[in-house]
Design a protein around this ligand. Structure first.
Ligand SMILES: NC(=O)c1ccc[n+]([C@@H]2O[C@H](COP(=O)([O-])OP(=O)(O)OC[C@H]3O[C@@H](n4cnc5c(N)ncnc54)[C@H](O)[C@@H]3O)[C@@H](O)[C@H]2O)c1
Ligand SMILES: [Zn+2]
Length: 339
């Protein structure tokens, strides 16, 4: 992971960024929306465009992409450029890890989730069998080129969704970062230029610090799953309705209630208020039994109970093993609509 060269620069895509050295050829992956952001100087690179949205994180779309890399004659010295949101970087990273047993790639994240999370850390994936990220690999990009100006065209719902992910990382980092994120709104972030650069950079620094000693997710890195044990279950039950970040925001409320062991603590209420002020959902129409089933299927389960990430306070995030199912069920109350 430390091998990823990180470059956060507002205006990077406008300023004709250099193409990577790739004697074995280049292919650019984008989705039908993000292809509009391809820098002019990259327009000659053979391009593979996939439909926008989570549905492209599929076995079929992955197969199509691998076929395109092969057809383009990309060999082991080839290089894949993945320009888009988390869907494009998850899909592109997985294809890069598989083609000729692994080629280098560059992540050019264009969504907020991509910029603060998906593009770095090395996890790649597609969805299979109704589960999120059930097939994937660890294959960090060689280079992550992050241009916060790209956020200007990101649809508002996706901007909001990314705020939840930003908040998650800030809560792990501590009270100071949490305060900084609390002072933002989706609108100010998208138009902030250099200020956005600083926020994105600090968030990435937190993530990379947790990942660098733990690429394979055995220890401290698991803190980054804050809100995700619940969130992934919500997301998979409401695929196409709840965005990833929206689900994570709901998951943060559950992780808070799980840590407290009782409802409506001041922290839970504060987070609920903040998420709501950004336009994110704080309740969802969900069947508790179905959520638990989806959670227990989640790969983050370990033997002898369930592993859950608890949010006690900003900067006090604890990974707990052996959490009983009843505790998870009670924590769900934080987001279920009262019957
Ligand atoms: N690998 C990881 O560590 C990691 C971390 C977090 C999330 N993820 C994954 O990322 C995915 C979510 O990412 P996402 O929210 O970026 O979804 P996404 O890639 O679907 O992007 C959201 C939408 O915004 C569009 N878009 C992206 N950038 C744009 C721009 N600058 N201008 C206009 N439109 C733009 C896309 O075309 C898409 O329609 C999920 O599948 C999640 O599992 C992975
Ligand atoms: Zn996430």
């Amino acid at each position: 992971v430390s091998a990823t060269r990180l470059e956060v620069r507002a205006g990077a895509l406008r300023s004709e960024p250099a193409l990577p050295e790739a004697p074995g050829g280049l292919v650019l992956l984008a989705d039908e929306n993000t292809q509009a952001l391809v820098p002019g100087g990259w327009s000659d690179v053979p391009r593979h465009v996939v439909p926008a949205g989570e549905a492209s994180k599929s076995w079929q779309v992955l197969g199509g992409l691998l076929g395109a890399l092969d057809a383009a004659g990309l060999d082991r010295d080839g290089h894949l450029l993945a320009l888009g949101g988390g869907v494009v970087t998850d899909l592109g990273g997985l294809a890069a890890s598989l083609h000729r047993r692994g080629i280098p790639w560059t992540a050019v994240p264009t969504s907020l989730i991509g910029q603060v999370d998906a593009a770095v850390g090395g996890k790649t994936a597609v969805n299979l069998g109704g589960g999120k990220n059930s097939v994937g690999s660890f294959h960090p990009p060689d280079h992550a080129l992050v241009d916060p100006e790209a956020l200007a065209t990101l649809p508002a719902a996706h901007l909001r969704s990314g705020m939840a992910e930003l908040l998650k990382t800030a809560l792990i980092a501590g009270p100071e970062q949490t305060e900084a994120v609390r002072g933002l709104t989706p609108e100010t972030l998208a138009s902030a230029g250099e200020r956005a650069e600083a926020v994105v950079e600090s968030c990435l620094a937190t993530k990379l610090a947790l990942v660098s000693d733990d690429l394979h997710d055995q220890g401290v890195r698991r803190k980054l799953n804050l809100g995700h044990t619940f969130g992934h279950a919500f997301e998979s039950l409401r695929l196409g309705e709840l965005l990833h970040g929206e689900a994570v925001g709901l998951g943060l409320l559950c992780a808070t209630r799980l840590a407290a062991g009782l409802p409506h603590t001041p922290l839970e209420q504060e987070l609920r208020q903040l998420l709501g002020s950004w336009g994110l959902p704080v309740r969802a129409e969900l069947e508790p039994e179905a959520v638990l089933t989806a959670m227990l299927r989640d790969k983050k389960r370990r033997d002898g109970g369930h592993t859950a990430v608890m949010l006690h306070a900003p900067g006090r995030v604890v990974v707990r093993e052996g959490v009983p199912e009843a505790a998870l069920a009670a924590a769900l109350g934080a987001v279920l609509r009262p019957a």
